[in-house]
Ligand binder design. Structure first.
Ligand code: ATR
Length: 291
């Protein structure tokens, strides 16, 4: 964080200061989202974006809070550093092993939380994806997936199957989250085995394959019940993601990308900081119309 940014925090002491930090940060939509939330709910706050050099996380975040900053959102690549920085953690952050929200508490402690999972679950429910008693397939076993498993299992699906290119990572996640529900792991290739051929109710792409315009290597048998299966991509873009395009070509009617999850996780952070729940729909509409 540069001196000018820290100077701004000092100057604007009457207004509560928040920011999103990451590297890179210039494409973050968080300032637009939180500024819209603040306006909607009449909160006296300012939300900016700050680039942090790799290696400077602790120093810069310390400076932000020492200067009176109230809360931060954390994005790539600092979510694990934020987890270590927090002086207290919510249970879901402990399980996720990552923090996307830091919040200065009245007693001076800094609470670390992760709101990505709730953002996802709320968006899935809004789009009427089946979760309770459902067969849920999650593709990918990286940090993004780890962050959403506990809230997904809390919805009491019949089962969650995690499929990943690297089987051992999926197995590790299944082991960690076993106490929270019926969860198992398999390799992508195993999804063609008989036990999975009846298909899934909800399929969530949590791989980062879309970033390179790729598809996870799975067959369309995962959409055996295409009229009722929902396909969700945790990524989003100005156009349909490759995964959702492929799902629709294979007859899936219910498809949604991760823009709603992005705005939803922001709303949960905002609620944590300000104690009010903002309206997400108007903000999602605005972001869709101005990509
Ligand atoms: P993130 O924080 O976005 O989850 P990550 O922790 O690097 O990032 O995890 C990326 C996930 O996408 C992993 O599950 C990765 O599979 P591996 O565990 O086998 O590496 C998956 N992934 C990335 N590119 C992929 C591709 N082209 N096809 C399938 N899976 C892919």
């Amino acid at each position: 964080m540069n001196d000018a940014a820290l100077g701004n925090i000092k100057k604007n002491k009457a207004i509560d200061q928040y920011a999103v930090v990451g590297n890179p940060i210039e494409h973050s939509k968080s300032p637009i989202i939180h500024t819209a939330f603040a306006k909607q709910t009449n909160q006296a706050m300012r939300y900016t974006q700050q680039l942090i050099a790799r290696g400077d996380f602790k120093k810069d975040v310390n400076a932000f809070f020492t200067q009176g900053g109230k809360g931060l959102n954390i994005t790539v690549p600092f979510k694990e550093e934020a987890f270590n920085f927090a002086t207290a953690l919510t249970q879901r952050a402990q399980l996720a092993g990552a923090v996307n929200t830091l919040s200065m508490q009245a007693d001076g402690s800094i609470l670390g939380d992760t709101t990505d999972g709730l953002g996802l679950v709320n968006d899935l429910k809004k789009h009427h994806f089946k979760l309770r008693n459902a067969r849920v397939l999650v593709l990918g076993a990286g940090g993004a997936v780890r962050g959403v498993l506990e809230p997904l299992l809390a919805e009491q699906p019949y089962e969650v199957v995690i499929a990943n290119r690297t089987l051992s990572k999926a197995q590790q996640l299944a082991e960690t989250f076993k106490p929270y529900g019926n969860i198992s792991a398999c390799a992508f290739i195993a999804l063609t085995q008989t036990q999975y051929l009846t298909g899934f109710d909800t399929v969530i792409n949590g791989t980062s394959a879309s970033l390179n315009g790729d598809l996870p290597p799975v067959t369309a048998s995962i959409f055996a019940n295409k009229n009722t299966t929902g396909a969700y991509d945790m990524m989003y873009g100005a156009t349909l993601t490759p995964f959702l395009e492929w799902a629709q070509i294979n007859g899936v009617n219910l498809a949604a990308d991760g823009l709603g999850m992005l705005v939803g996780q922001a709303a949960e952070s905002f609620k944590l900081w300000r104690g009010v729940i903002p309206d997400t729909e108007s903000v999602i509409r605005r972001l869709r119309s101005t990509p």
